[in-house]
Design a protein around this ligand. Structure first.
Ligand code: PEP
Length: 256
């Protein structure tokens, strides 16, 4: 079942990945803040851990939300190099990206660790932005919807409908991330509709209709309008184009 995206406020989340010094992060946050008053979309910025604090200060008092790019599932202890959900809350995060394909590819993230992280994040009141998506080989083998089903079933295992309602999902085909090759609105909509149908079956129509499903993968000012007009696409998770205020602000405006 699909529905009008207009009932869900779109979210534009900028994933800065491993970019930006403190000074650069501060300047970018300032420029974005200056340019995004009265936007229809909610805006979230995900700087690297080192810049969370300075970006938090910069956007304080505004409607822009802070997001982290990853989290560990324990709340404290001898876990060298890890950052806990409580620490993210403490620095001012509202959102945390979990299960990004780069975490899966380079850092051994699995659906099981995604599941633990989601539960830990929800436990302190953070809203997870959960990333799922197929590789090119999986798409070419017609495996896309099976892969998505497995990622959803394992990644969201054991969540109550109320907990699911606090998630944001991001469909990010791996072949479209950082490649300049975007899914067509039809390709993306097909998967988004499938995800919403899965949610309807698992958590009921109310949760499914309320939950935002972002698209991610080479989103630019040139393709956001068409993508965001698809009925089940509720905004974007943006990598490369979020590193410059001008391009990110056009995406935040959803091409209007
Ligand atoms: C991402 O990292 O989530 C992403 C979608 O990157 P890009 O926009 O650069 O493809």
């Amino acid at each position: 079942m699909s529905s009008s995206a207009r009932t869900r406020r779109p979210l534009a989340a900028g994933n800065w990945k491993m970019h930006k010094t403190l000074a650069e992060a501060q300047a970018l946050a300032r420029e974005i803040m200056a340019g995004c008053r009265d936007m229809a979309a909610e805006v979230a910025l995900a700087p690297p851990f080192t810049a969370l604090s300075i970006v938090a200060q910069e956007i304080s008092g505004s409607a822009i939300r802070l997001a982290a790019q990853d989290v560990f599932w324990e709340n404290q202890g001898a876990y060298t190099g890890a950052i806990s959900p409580g620490m993210l809350l403490d620095v001012g995060c509202r959102y945390v990206i979990i299960g990004h394909s780069e975490r899966r590819q380079y850092f051994g993230e699995t659906d099981e660790t995604v599941n633990k992280k989601i539960k830990a994040a929800l436990g302190v009141g953070l809203a997870p932005i959960v990333c799922i998506g197929e590789t090119l080989a999986q798409r070419e083998a017609q495996e896309t919807l099976n892969v998505i089903t497995t990622q959803l079933a394992q990644g969201l295992a054991g969540l109550l409908p109320e907990e699911m309602s606090r998630l944001v999902l991001a469909y990010e085909p791996v072949w479209a991330i950082g490649t300049g090759r975007t899914a067509t609105p039809e390709q993306a909509q097909e998967v988004h509709r499938f995800i919403r149908q899965w949610l309807t079956e698992q958590a009921g129509p109310e949760v499914a209709q309320g939950l935002r499903i972002l698209y991610g993968g080479s989103v630019t000012p040139d393709n956001i309008r068409e993508l965001s007009q698809a009925p089940d696409i509720d905004g974007a998770l943006v990598g490369g184009a979020s590193l410059k205020a001008a391009s990110f602000l056009k995406i935040v405006a959803m091409g209007e």
